[in-house]
Ligand binder design. Structure first.
Ligand SMILES: NC(=O)c1ccc[n+]([C@@H]2O[C@H](COP(=O)([O-])OP(=O)(O)OC[C@H]3O[C@@H](n4cnc5c(N)ncnc54)[C@H](OP(=O)(O)O)[C@@H]3O)[C@@H](O)[C@H]2O)c1
Length: 258
């Protein structure tokens, strides 16, 4: 692992930078590229054993299509994308290198590895896969070994439905027309916690959340189910009392929490 040379496309910021720091601390040689770096993706493919694609979701397919064909057997092509089915299929299609799909289930600002998990998807080859798995386990992360389908199905709940709910909350509050400054005077602790999340999703990297919602293969089902649930809640409360909603919530609690 110490002599491993890794090129991270999109390594100047965000998750790419997180991985660059982790690898450097393990003694790897790391080269990073971004759109403004002197070093290009072509340069790193020529000098690295491992190429990691860590660019925004919308740019991922293009970058894989560009670097994949330049890679040879014996090298590893890996990605950090929050979705796995399409990027893993594209890496397999566009290169003859070994392939590992990787999705860290956290953002770049975490302080320590303990308590955080990383999903790994086997693409092609065993040796590099074992090496990457060992690297993450050695540095204190737990590794979840899943297929791209299993990953994206779970992410349709953990990310797509979750972030959709946050986006809907923010848009519904804005639609009331009441200035947030006025609402803020009435903050409860739970509302404050939720509004902190709304602010993060709408203002930090809205493109990441939009692409996570729009790009999940199960997005249509998730949206349909969300609409159905909101309509059901409306029907349950139109009579003006909360008894039917309470019953529905009790039934849901049994399903969710036993
Ligand atoms: N942020 C998260 O919480 C998180 C968590 C897990 C996985 N991910 C995944 O990690 C990947 C990167 O997300 P991020 O949040 O780290 O993004 P980010 O903070 O915006 O960083 C993107 C990096 O890619 C570079 N870049 C952008 N467009 C590029 C292009 N066309 N060609 C080459 N480099 C390009 C950027 O550098 P320049 O701007 O200088 O070009 C930067 O270094 C995404 O696939 C995302 O799904 C994100």
């Amino acid at each position: 692992m110490k002599n491993m040379t890794v090129g991270i496309i999109g390594g100047t910021n965000g998750m790419g930078r997180w991985l660059a720091d982790l690898l450097k601390a393990q003694g790897c040689h790391v080269h990073v590229t971004g759109r403004k770096t002197k070093m290009t993706s072509k340069d790193v493919v020529n000098i690295c054993d491992v190429i990691v694609v860590a660019v925004p979701i919308a740019a991922t397919a293009g970058v894989i299509g560009e670097v994949g064909p330049l890679m040879k057997q014996g090298q590893l092509l890996m990605d950090l994308t929050s979705l796995k089915k399409e990027p893993v299929a594209l890496m397999l299609k566009h290169s003859e290198a070994d392939v590992v799909g990787c999705h860290p289930l956290f953002g770049p600002s975490i302080k320590e590895s303990a308590g955080h998990a990383i999903v790994l998807c086997r693409g092609r080859g065993d040796a590099w896969y074992a090496c990457i798995k060992t690297l993450f386990e050695k540095t204190g992360y737990s590794v979840l070994e899943k297929t791209p389908d299993e990953h994206d199905r779970m992410m349709s709940i953990v990310q797509t439905l979750n972030h959709l709910n946050t986006v809907a909350l923010g848009m519904a509050i804005a639609e009331t027309g009441i200035p947030l400054g006025d609402v803020n005077q009435f903050f409860t602790p739970i509302f404050k916690t939720k509004m902190d999340i709304v602010e993060k999703v709408f203002t930090e990297t809205p493109e990441l959340y939009a692409d996570i919602i729009a790009g999940n293969p199960d997005m249509e089902n998730v949206l349909r189910s969300y609409e159905r649930v909101v309509r059901n809640i409306r029907d349950l409360v139109t009579a003006g009392d909360g008894a039917r909603l309470k019953k529905a919530m009790e039934n849901t609690a049994k399903k969710l929490f036993g």
